[in-house]
Design a protein around this ligand. Structure first.
Ligand SMILES: C[S@@+](CC[C@H](N)C(=O)[O-])C[C@H]1O[C@@H](n2cnc3c(N)ncnc32)[C@H](O)[C@@H]1O
Length: 269
């Protein structure tokens, strides 16, 4: 049953739910996320939350608070304040975050702000983009015999944050998934090569994972900048590892209508 209260009558703050929206497709929301969206009075949502999700909470006020690389962003402190303010006026507030809230989602800052303000809160997990991409490609990230470890990493750092040696953990893992990396393909390739990863290591760019516009561009690490030229501006992951051999084995056909192997294209040209 929805907890509802008008701003005027609500005596104590409401509850804020940090909800994972999954990688984009509305039917990849969890049942709990669906229920909470149906109860929400306000939804503060990220830039990567798909428009299809609006229909899950037509009764709610939707407030964009998205941050997207290279685009104007809402400062995190302002988002934190908006969350706290929303809880003071509404019983059920959903903070809808792309993928899973706890992976590269600044959830900790938001949780800390809610805790400091004495606002009740809860985290609802979602499907992270890495799992959407693995499903979309039909490639297990931990195929037996090829991969016993997966590293989720991002080379991105926030404004004012010190740089970090992002490539080092990549060299130690069997499978690597890089978030927020596809726009700097040459630098990513160079960093991974310098970390000791061979140029022949299979790599794939997965754009718009789980969405109708999903595209997979596969090749070798050496090719990464060329692969990245095919991206159309949607969110994308870089996946690296021998598990991607499975893509070649199925001709890249599994759920990858727009699969392109750059070597093949070049040979055909
Ligand atoms: C700020 S991070 C948020 C990650 C999110 N919390 C998650 O668990 O997926 C945003 C990055 O996730 C990746 N991403 C999100 N949705 C995606 C999708 N549908 N397909 C491919 N990559 C996606 C992209 O690398 C994008 O730059």
């Amino acid at each position: 049953m929805a907890r509802t209260a008008s701003p005027a009558t609500q005596a104590r703050p409401g509850k804020v739910y940090l909800v994972g929206a999954g990688p984009g497709a509305a039917d990849l929301l969890t049942v709990r996320a669906h229920r909470l969206l149906a109860e929400a009075e306000v939804v503060l949502y990220d830039a990567l939350v798909g428009p299809d999700l609006l229909s899950c909470a037509p009764q709610a006020r939707w407030v964009p608070v998205g941050k997207r690389c290279g685009q104007r962003s809402s400062a995190q402190a302002f988002i934190n304040k908006q969350l706290v303010d929303a809880a003071h006026g509404h019983a059920v507030v959903v903070r809808l975050k792309g993928g899973d809230p706890m992976l590269f989602g600044r959830a900790q800052e938001e949780l800390a702000a809610l805790r400091a303000a004495g606002i009740e809160h809860e985290v609802v997990p979602g499907i992270s983009a890495a799992f959407g991409a693995a499903a979309g490609m039909g490639v297990s990230l931990t195929q037996r015999g090829l991969s016993r470890s997966v590293c989720f990493l991002t080379p991105a750092v926030g404004r004012g944050e010190a740089g970090h040696d992002w490539a080092r953990p990549a060299a130690a893992a069997d499978t690597v998934v890089l978030y927020m990396a596809s726009r700097q393909a040459a630098a990513i390739r160079d960093g991974l090569l310098q970390a000791g990863i061979e140029g022949e290591r299979p790599v794939a760019l997965v754009e718009n994972a789980t969405l109708p516009a999903q595209a997979v561009h596969a090749g070798r690490l050496d090719d990464l900048p060329r692969l990245a030229e095919r991206l159309t501006g949607g969110p994308a992951l870089v996946v690296l590892g021998d598990v991607l051999q499975a893509l070649a084995a199925c001709g890249g056909a599994h759920a990858c209508d727009t699969y392109v192997r750059v070597d093949d294209q070049q040979a055909a040209a």
